[in-house]
Design a protein around this ligand. Structure first.
Ligand code: ADE
Ligand code: ZN
Length: 329
């Protein structure tokens, strides 16, 4: 079955990581920047492993230099997501890549992305909300500046704060100030954790950062104590199955723990992370889950309703999206 037409909610998507390679090549050409090293012969992004992926990601992002570039990117990404049946999306936005965490510049970038979101809602029927992310391997000082940018611009469009980047650098407790600052401003919280490190990373992230959602969290599946806590506290996992398989977190879909976690009572959701980097789309994720675990429409309805419940948007938006999920379009 093709899952394209099914209305979907996606909670974990990196805006720059969703940039089609042709889009980045086009901007590089316009700006006369040589990016040939980051592309394979077939035109897709080329990287060797996770750390190299992060540096290719940052190189690709370096061609995005103005609010107008981010507006074009946001529109291109939302057009693609809408064509995959996504009706509600939350994307990670990075002040690091939008004017270097300068608040005045950040406001302009954010306004451009919010404008693109409004246009995409009208043109493609998709709602977008933003989550500012700090980047772990850039360190706690930059994370503090990022949190300040987020705290100052919280609103109808910007709903949350989180952390991405290399989990093997530093520890969650280094970022407590940034997450406290964002929480005090009324932002909702999520953080990447336990994509690469063990279950203790989930414990530290919940204790130090007090997040309600975790990006990935999948390596915690074998730890009964951590799983029990995730279930008891109703922590929602933003699982990105094909990202995990392509990056080698799990050997293949059959060994991915998403189904075991769901069966145990963990609130799992499904997202693409950085779709062109991992040669995925939302409908490919759904097809792979159907094939590996026999997931059907009833399971996907449960997954999307979990995702909508955990979404960081206002109640009115939730009602509107719930009606679209119920109507099947
Ligand atoms: N940034 C973009 N994709 C990421 C991932 N899968 N893990 C951590 N940081 C990221
Ligand atoms: Zn991610």
């Amino acid at each position: 079955m093709t899952w394209r037409a099914l209305p979907k909610v996606e909670l974990h998507l990196h805006l720059e990581g969703a940039a089609p390679p042709e889009f980045i090549r086009g901007l590089a050409k316009e700006k006369r920047i040589d990016l040939s090293k980051i592309f394979a012969q077939d035109g897709s992004y080329a990287y060797r492993d996770f750390v190299h992926f992060l540096s290719v990601y940052e190189a690709a992002t370096s061609v995005l230099k103005s609010p107008e570039d981010f507006k074009r990117l946001t529109l291109a990404v939302l057009e693609e997501s809408a064509s995959e049946g996504v009706v509600y999306s939350e994307t990670f936005l990075s002040p690091d890549f939008c004017g270097g965490r300068d608040l005045v510049a950040w406001r302009e970038y954010l306004a451009a992305m919010a404008e693109a979101a409004d246009e995409a809602d009208a043109k493609f029927g998709i709602t977008l909300k933003g989550i500012v992310t700090c980047i772990r391997h850039f360190g706690p000082d930059k994370a503090r500046e990022t949190a300040r940018c987020a705290a100052e611009t919280k609103g109808d469009f910007l709903r949350g704060f989180g952390m991405a980047g290399d989990e093997n650098v530093g520890k969650p407790g280094d970022f407590t100030w940034a997450f406290d600052c964002a929480r005090e401003a009324g932002l909702r919280l999520t953080s990447h954790a336990c994509e690469w490190r063990g279950p203790d990373e989930v414990t530290q992230t919940l204790d130090a950062l007090k997040v309600e959602r975790i990006g990935h969290g999948v390596r915690a599946h074998s730890d009964a104590t951590v799983m029990a806590r995730v279930i008891d506290e109703g922590v929602v996992l933003e699982v990105c199955p094909l990202s995990n398989v392509v990056l080698g977190v799990f050997a293949d879909m059959a060994s991915h723990p998403i189904e075991r976690m769901r069966a145990q009572g963990v609130k799992v959701t499904v997202s693409t992370d950085d779709p062109p980097f991992f040669h995925t789309t939302m409908s490919k994720e759904y097809a792979a889950l159907e094939q590996a675990f026999g997931w059907d429409e009833a399971v996907f309805a449960e997954i999307n309703s979990t995702a909508l419940e955990a979404a960081f948007c206002d109640a009115e938006t939730k009602e509107k999206i719930a009606a679209r999920l119920a109507n099947g379009r």
